[in-house]
Design a protein around this ligand. Structure first.
Ligand code: HBI
Ligand code: FE
Length: 299
């Protein structure tokens, strides 16, 4: 019974998954049972959307800000089939309901087929400020807008295809770091400065300003091998962020076959989330190199 497979959760967590997986099919998807949402659920979504969208200017990537209105409803939980009407037209993607985190292979399979799994339950009001497991707000507000961007949407599908290969090569953990440091916590350089494009940053009230403006974390140019060696934290702000110049650059990085790289990486030690590596020296993009931060350092 496929439900017997415990869904993967980021990192080593013994917490049982929160969603009701009995509702899901063999591919782990389940219909969005819209009637199940309470007025409180819609109110939670409205308040999360209002707070988060007010934080975006100057911190979120312009591609994200431009695409956000495509989500539609702001004062209640959007209907997936309404979002899909627009999303299919834009990039051929669609969102499907899932009870929560799902195992790697079903997850990669959905992405490879241009289907993004969106958790169908929403956090309680008590969890307004922080929730460890992704809920509908994280998935819908954080992940779905950039699926309207053609280049980023192609990257996510390529990631899914790569994930199925990685699973066969026993390289899921390495590849999941690329997901974590791009799709979840990626930063992009714009002419005006750094901006966030990762869903984990964009759906977080606290981490959005921290990731873009704090001098505390290190920020490094995205390089596949450095990133796939770097472990990540699942329940605190990131200590390292990786920066890209464009979604085209990110997509182009997935051109080569990752097989030989995985072989090289297996022979190299992993790096802690806050590690400094000798090779970083000439690439470190620490606070000084971003004029925006100098003022903070001089304070
Ligand atoms: N499942 N629903 C869902 N959403 C994710 O983002 C997700 C997942 N399962 C596995 C997973 N992410 C990570 O292991 C990726 O790095 C593959
Ligand atoms: Fe996510």
């Amino acid at each position: 019974d496929p439900m017997a497979v415990e869904p993967v959760v980021y990192g080593a967590s013994e917490r049982p998954p929160r969603g009701d997986y009995a509702r899901a099919g063999a591919d782990y998807t389940c219909p969005q049972d819209y009637a199940r949402y309470t007025e409180q659920d819609h109110d939670t979504y409205r308040r999360l959307y209002a707070r988060q969208s007010a934080l975006l200017p100057g911190l979120a990537s312009e591609a994200f800000i431009a695409a956000l209105p495509s989500l539609g409803a702001q004062d209640r939980i959007p209907r997936f089939d309404e979002v899909n009407g627009r999303l299919r037209n834009a990039t051929g993607w669609e969102i499907v309901g899932v009870p929560g985190l799902i195992p790697e292979v079903p997850f990669f399979t959905l992405l490879a087929n241009r289907k993004f799994p969106v958790t169908d339950w929403i956090r309680t009001p008590e969890e307004f400020d922080y929730i460890v497991e992704p809920d509908i707000f994280h998935d819908l507000f954080g992940h779905v807008p950039l699926l309207f961007n053609p280049v980023f949407a192609d990257y996510v599908q390529r990631y899914g295809e790569g994930g199925l290969k990685a699973e066969r090569l026993g390289a899921c953990e390495m590849l999941s770091r690329l997901y974590w440091y791009t799709i979840e916590f990626g930063l992009i350089r714009q002419p005006e400065g750094l901006r966030a494009y990762g869903a984990g940053i964009l759906s977080s009230a606290g981490e959005l300003r921290y990731a873009v403006q704090s001098p505390e974390p290190q920020r490094l140019p995205l390089r596949l091998e450095r990133t796939m060696r770097t472990r990540y934290k699942i329940d605190s702000f990131q200590q390292t962020y990786f920066v890209i110049d464009s979604f085209e650059q990110l997509f182009a990085m997935t051109d080569p076959d990752f097989g030989p790289m995985y072989e090289r990486l297996r022979k190299q030690p992993e790096l802690a989330a806050n590690a400094r590596d000798p090779d970083d020296g000439d690439n470190a993009t620490d606070a000084e190199s971003y004029p925006g931060f100098r003022c903070m350092l001089e304070r």
